[in-house]
Design a protein around this ligand. Sequence first.
Ligand code: PEP
Ligand code: MG
Length: 757
Amino acid sequence: MTAPTEFDHGWAGSRRLLRLLRDLMKAGGSSQERLDRVVELIAQDMVAEVCSIYAMRGGEVLELFASMGLKASAVHKTRLQVNEGLVGLIAAQARPVALADAQSHPNFAYRPETGEEVYHSLMGVPIMRSGRVQGVLVVQNRTQRSYGEEEVEALETVAMVLAELFAGDRLLERADDSAGSDLMPARLSGIALNQGLAVGLAVPHERGIVITQVVGEDPEAERQRLDAALGEMRAALDAMLARQEVARAGEHREVLETYRMFADDRGWLTRMHDAVRGGLTAEASVQKVQNETRARMSAIKDPYLRARLADLDDLGNRLLHHLLGLEEKKREDLPENTVLIAHDLGPAELLDYDQTRLRAVVLEQGSPTSHVAIVARALQIPMIGRCEGITTQAGEGEDIIVDGETGQVLLRPSHSVRAGFEDSIAHKERQQAAYRADRELPAVTRDGAPITLMINAGLMIDLTHLDEAGAEGIGLYRTEVPFMIRDSFPGVETQADIYSRILDHAGEKPVAFRTLDVGGDKLLPYWRGGHEDNPAMGWRAIRIGLDRPALLRQQLRALLRAAAGRSLSVMFPMISDVAEFEAARALLQREIDRQQTLDQRPPAEIKVGTMLEVPALALQLPQLLPRCDFLSLGSNDLVQFLFAADRTNPRLARRYDSLAPAVLSLVRDIARHCDDHGVPLTVCGEMAGQPLEALALLGCGVRRLSMAPSFVGPVKTMVRSLELDALKDAINQLLTLPDHSIREKLRSYAVERTIAI
Ligand code: PEP
Ligand code: MG
């Protein structure tokens, strides 16, 4: 073999190296001998003085497994934590790094045993397989060499080939790999994307996709295979979209249609074709582009772009299934209690799994408005997202517990923990059955006071729970949610269509539409409001609506149109004083007048209310209440502003309690004013859905509660076990105390009287 005389890492160069590597792996010899040959070959081809391979061990340590150029004595000695040093950084971010002056990088970690101080430049890429980082491949040079983009690409291609070659022969494993931290129980945290508990076996999403042929013999034949598979995939997607459970209307449908469009994305297709030209087989090309997509995803914060990249990742997997003929096998050999583990999933990918075997899903990525979360909610599958480390730490077939209430994942739990969770699941199932049985029963206290229980909604899917939960209406419809899952502002037509479908679905039951509440922690992918130091108290909700009246008027127009001949309830978020309410109302009036001039059919009745989330408004109730038809208390925001404590800051999560006398005294005051003016008051923050908090609210005079659908059952059971008159007296007494919170005293009160909290 002759070393290249100049940097030749175009297509021809990389193809030659790939063939050499493949031949070398076939040639035999011990694992170490072969690894040593591999690094030598790559160093020569890349004209580098050093080439090293680090292998991931136990999901958290990178061990130097082979090196040409670093001291031989450092092999199997030098170890770096994920995120430690440049090698650790490459593994943590699953992205390449190329530096002319590596030693001046803040992450550079000097390891004297390697003798690497004489090498100045460094280029490294992750060795990835099935979405997991298996190791890191590094080349180094003495001079301050600037590695070009093509060279990084070439090294990535080599890493990809190595991953497959190594996997076949288990070269990156050592005899003692099954010992130690791998088998310890572990607890990981994420955020709950869909509620529910599950106990099952971990199944990595990419399971079963093993690529044996990486290097293509004939680029033209590989191109044809790729194109044929693309054609098959498109046809299969069309068939899936026509499937019964998918075909029904709702956001999941729109999400899937947008996804289908991505199968024709030019950039994606070009990158795969480029990789085929570079000497990879069709399937290896798909996987290479997929690895790059994942690496980009891990660095992108923008929720819109992330969702798009996740869609491409999903399409990549589908394509692999077509190329490798895996379509049919996937469903059959899933365990009965599958807990799916993935970096991220596309919406359609979730639908591929047999729903009867799928107990839960855990993702490294994902967000409440990600497409896969929307589909999971439609299918009622517990889901946890942003669970860092799950793909590297959960081994296939290992026991796993998913707690979709707290966002926790337990890996390899002990027998007793597992048994405890199984009991909880059985208990919850019994409880759910009891709630279902009570669904038709009225929410009336033991002393005969009727309480109105409603649900909060934002997606069409939530509406399917309206009857199921036995709720009387939708107390809060968050209109920002349909805005958040789209690619651009929905126009009047689209909005009217959404609102009208919601009213159709709700039938006779009332719906309180809240106008757009964006800003703060609710960002629209296509709306850049500019940086704010304090967004929760910044330019959000009605403040944007009043400053950009066209936006608000369009929404009001859509609502009026959707409610033609029906009853319409509208409320405004984050109103801080009466003047703001009047200004918002005036915009509504202009739209009502406009509708009249256009001779369009108006709603049968219009009720106008406001959210009460800002304490200042609570001090203007005598002026406000004669002007509005209903009031909705948003306890999430009201409590954060009352205590000046950011509701999203975990350090403050336990500092103040919503059952503090200050909060409840204010609620009692508001309820009294509303009673005096005959204005209905609903509480629609999280407090309304917690039985103990709901109990306190009822004691303060609230009679209407709106909550996430799954809480209606427990709150109704609490209501039906309660003597309201006695409770009011008890609350009045408790609110005279100087306590930080009345939680424990109220709990004892409830327990003594067998109130079901
Ligand atoms: C609230 O603030 O309590 C509320 C219901 O509004 P959101 O949670 O949507 O801000
Ligand atoms: Mg709010």
